[in-house]
Ligand binder design. Structure first.
Ligand SMILES: NC(=O)c1ccc(N[C@@H]2CC[C@@H](O)C2)nc1
Length: 251
């Protein structure tokens, strides 16, 4: 097994939550190919008291419990001793930087990521202040823990590592890679319960198919995510296609 392209250390109280998603399909294959190494590290193993506690009551009062700093600092010491300074130490939390394809691409360039999955009301702030390099949120909602967000981030990042997806083309063409939504996909049969595949896709005319797909991407993005359209890098051809679409809408 060659040197893995990326190492991901995940600090969590529930390592068992990860076995399903990371032992199936693409991530499993990436691990088997040695393209990525994912280590699940149980925060509780770094508790330094005999009851192996990892949380405590909040200073200043209030409901709920707070994750203590010590086990996380001890775990980071262990990670550093074993593998040196991580490229990024990511805390998953609702206040974090919104996760998107651009952030995934940025993280995919790192050699070593540490993801910290919190629980309870939150984590002692000294962790965010002195250990964390990036706070990331997968959306504006509160979850019981950082584990599900960590799975989402690992999935989106791993699939961008060269060699993880079979033919790179599918990752390139896919939504958000060029900033537009994806065109519709079809496969056999060419007619199912009376529903037919668009003729152009059966024509074998590659240029027409490319244009049809691009038009569909532009139409879909215009219809459901005009904000993405505003930010996308459009070619001259794209603008011509959009102009003709807008003409049709007006007529
Ligand atoms: N939107 C998100 O990415 C997100 C991340 C974490 C989270 N919850 C954890 C539990 C306690 C605290 O560490 C944060 N909820 C939502």
């Amino acid at each position: 097994m060659g040197e893995p392209k990326m190492v991901v250390d995940i600090l969590t109280l529930f390592p068992e939550m990860f076995t399903g998603p990371f032992d199936a399909s693409i991530i499993k294959r990436a691990r088997e190919k040695g393209l990525v190494e994912i280590n699940l590290i149980n925060i509780r193993d770094f508790s330094r008291n005999k009851h192996r506690t990892v949380d405590d009551t909040p200073y200043g009062g209030g409901a709920g419990m707070v994750m203590a700093a010590e086990p996380l600092f001890e775990a980071m010491d262990w990670i550093r001793a074993r593998r040196g300074e991580p490229g990024r130490v990511i805390l998953l939390c609702p206040a974090g930087r919104p996760f998107n394809q651009e952030v995934a691409a940025e993280l995919a360039r790192e050699k070593h990521l540490v993801l910290i999955c919190g629980h309870y009301e939150g984590i002692d702030e000294r962790v965010a202040e002195h250990l964390v390099t990036d706070e990331i949120s997968i959306g504006d909602y509160v979850l019981t823990g950082g584990e599900l967000p960590a799975m989402v981030v690992v999935d989106a990042v791993c699939r961008l590592i060269p060699g993880v997806l079979g033919e790179r083309a599918s990752a390139q063409e896919e939504s958000f890679a060029d900033g537009l939504l994806e065109y519709p996909h079809y496969t056999r049969p060419r007619e199912y319960r009376g529903y037919r595949v668009p003729e152009v896709l059966l024509s074998g005319h590659h240029e027409k198919i490319r244009l049809w797909r691009r038009r569909q991407s532009l139409l879909r993005t215009l219809a459901s995510r005009p904000d993405l359209l505003a930010r996308a890098s459009l070619t001259g051809e794209d603008r011509k296609i959009l102009a003709s679409v807008l003409e049709e809408i007006k007529s």
